[in-house]
Ligand binder design. Structure first.
Ligand code: KG4
Ligand code: ZN
Length: 335
């Protein structure tokens, strides 16, 4: 008999639902919350309210797009964490209520593990063991992936995430939230060698991104004193230089981790893995190192329920179910 799973994602500012049948994603509906734009970042309380408004229509559409009735579902998978607690509560409660009503198993999914497993939605799929650089708005991790559900974080940021560095830098440039995609867009037409920003030095495979925004802030303050139109006139070169700095920091540690662990299958995941400069830099690095690289399709880089669904698929196969007393976790370690 076929296994059909409904997956629900509500960890941050995307309400998403997906249907997966025997490992094949049939639908993936994402409602992005625009309500945060005017505040320059995600407002947790508004995110929770928007999830409440969106969750029923999003799930209805996911079922409809997949031509599936809820009575046909084998299990419900949901993001348990990490993320905003109020946002997670909406998806978790809904998943629990549905599982109870339909009398089917409930599967908890770790959002960061799901970002990595997004590589198994479509071909080409990485071979185990591989190294995954997971770069999102809340996390930056180098993960040694031994199997679908066997992963180990070997390096991570000690403060800001890479996506946060993009977003905070973009805010300093007066760009809208989320700023990462806008920096990416301007960087394409800018000169990345024009401005230099200091990079933090952290031992091992760990990162630190909090210094970069301070370095940009002080630099901009000085330049604006001399010329009030400095940012506007140099937005492309500033974006390209900021992007280059963040990427160099990211890939330096990735290369070190790959070499020291003798791994040549390298993947990236998470919202920042959509960045064209990062993809180009890793492609170049792959040529020098003889790496096989894997980039998720753009629709699976930023938050989506298809990745929760594929994680649910593997957890269903491993019979990893949870009880109805499960509670969301704002902080949830990968293992
Ligand atoms: O994975 P994600 O959707 O949400 C979290 O789990 O945090 O990642 C969102 C992050 C934001 O910081 C956003 O600015 C960044 O991903 N992002 C990008 C790009 N697209 C999304 N950063 C740089 N370049 C992009 N093209
Ligand atoms: Zn994410």
């Amino acid at each position: 008999m076929s296994v059909i799973i409904l997956a629900i994602e509500s960890s941050c500012d995307e309400t998403s639902a997906a249907i997966i049948k025997d490992g094949v994603v049939l639908s993936n509906v994402i409602a992005t919350q625009d309500v945060h734009k005017e505040f320059g970042g995600v407002v947790p309380e508004l995110a929770s309210r928007a999830h409440q408004q969106n969750i029923v229509p999003v799930i209805d559409k996911a079922l409809k797009d997949a031509d599936t009735k809820k009575e046909e579902l084998s299990a419900i998978a949901f993001t348990r964490g990490p993320g905003l607690l109020g946002a997670l509560i909406v998806g978790t409660s809904f998943a629990k209520a549905l599982a109870l009503g339909l009398e089917i198993p409930l599967i908890e999914v770790n959002h960061m593990q799901a970002h990595i497993l997004s590589h198994f939605i479509e071909e080409p799929k990485p071979k185990f063991p591989f190294l995954c650089l997971t770069v999102s708005g809340g996390h930056t991790q180098i993960v040694l992936v031994k199997d679908f559900l066997d992963m180990k974080v070997i390096g991570e940021t000690r403060d800001d995430a890479a996506g946060e560095a993009f977003d905070k830098s973009a805010k300093l440039l007066g760009l809208d939230y989320p700023g990462g995609p806008l920096i990416d867009k301007y960087a394409k037409i800018g000169d990345s060698s024009r401005f230099k920003f200091s990079k933090s030095k952290v031992p091992g495979y760990d990162y630190s991104f909090s210094g970069i925004k301070t370095s940009i802030l002080y630099f901009l303050r000085q330049e604006i004193k001399k010329d009030a139109g400095f940012i506007k006139d140099n937005i492309a070169d500033l974006s390209a230089s900021i992007q280059k700095t963040i990427i160099e920091m990211l890939i330096e540690k990735l290369e070190l981790a790959a070499n020291e662990n003798n791994l040549s299958d390298i993947a990236i995941a998470g919202g920042v893995s959509a960045n064209s400069g990062l993809r180009d830099a890793i492609t170049d690095m792959a040529k020098n190192n003889n790496w096989q690289t894997y980039f998720p399709a753009l629709e699976y880089c930023t938050d989506n329920a298809a990745m929760i669904a594929i994680a649910g698929h593997y957890k269903y196969a491993a019979k990893e179910f949870v009880g109805l007393d499960i509670a969301p976790l704002a902080r949830m370690p990968l293992i």
